[in-house]
Write a protein that binds this ligand. Structure first.
Ligand code: HEC
Length: 178
């Protein structure tokens, strides 16, 4: 295409007089319509945006930060509720607590043995007497599993059925089957 050919038949490509830099010249063509409308739209949006900020339709930075902090606090509170309040030592101490062990055995035989076997030999559930653990080998994990279950493998939650103290007792008890 030679430089003389018009690029858009609507505009005759008027050269800007006296506008010549090392042979580079410019046409005096208008901006494309789509570009102009986009530009006007950004101006219209800025007017709306500033007005909306002013009347509070859109949160300003402080309000957004405040909302974010509230959501973090909610999540932290929920996480604290889910956390196991028992430490490994607390649960190990149950092993020396005869009453807790008796309670743990009672719960085990009544509720868990059907799947994990009367002596922890396993069945529908995994074995507890082989020294091997699939989902972590610490007691805190086993407390959490007993309380909340493992959804996709058929280990039921027992949160509603037993108190935390009872769950601690049966969690410790399964470690005596090993
Ligand atoms: C309906 C059957 C069923 C019952 C009842 C049941 N479990 Fe389970 N349990 C399972 C299954 C299935 C698994 C997952 C095994 C796997 O991942 O392969 C499991 C896994 C576990 C694990 C993790 C074992 C590991 O190797 O990491 C623990 C701990 C556990 N159960 C404790 C209990 C306790 C305590 C009870 C009684 C309060 C109980 N379960 C009752 C089926 C059951």
């Amino acid at each position: 295409m030679s430089s003389e050919e018009p690029t858009d038949s609507r505009y005759p490509d008027q050269l800007i007089e006296g506008h010549d830099y090392d042979g580079i010249k410019e046409y005096d063509n208008p901006m494309p319509g789509w570009w102009l409308w986009l530009f006007y739209a950004t101006i219209a949006w800025s007017v709306f945006y500033i007005a909306a900020l002013g009347v509070g339709w859109i949160d300003d930075y402080d309000a957004q930060l405040e909302r974010g902090k509230e959501r973090i606090a909610e999540k932290q509170a929920a996480a604290a509720e889910d956390a196991v309040a028992w430490s490994e030592e607390d649960l190990e101490a149950k092993l020396d607590d005869a009453d807790a062990m008796a309670k743990g055995e009672e719960i085990y035989q009544g509720t868990c043995a059907a799947c994990h076997g009367a002596d922890g030999e396993g069945g529908i559930g995994s074995a507890f007497n082989d020294g091997q653990w699939i989902h972590g080998d610490d007691m805190v994990s086993h407390f959490e599993i007993t309380r909340d279950g493992i959804g996709d493998v058929g280990m039921p939650a027992h949160a509603g059925q037993f108190s935390d103290d009872e769950i601690a007792a049966v969690t410790a008890f399964i470690h005596t089957l090993d």
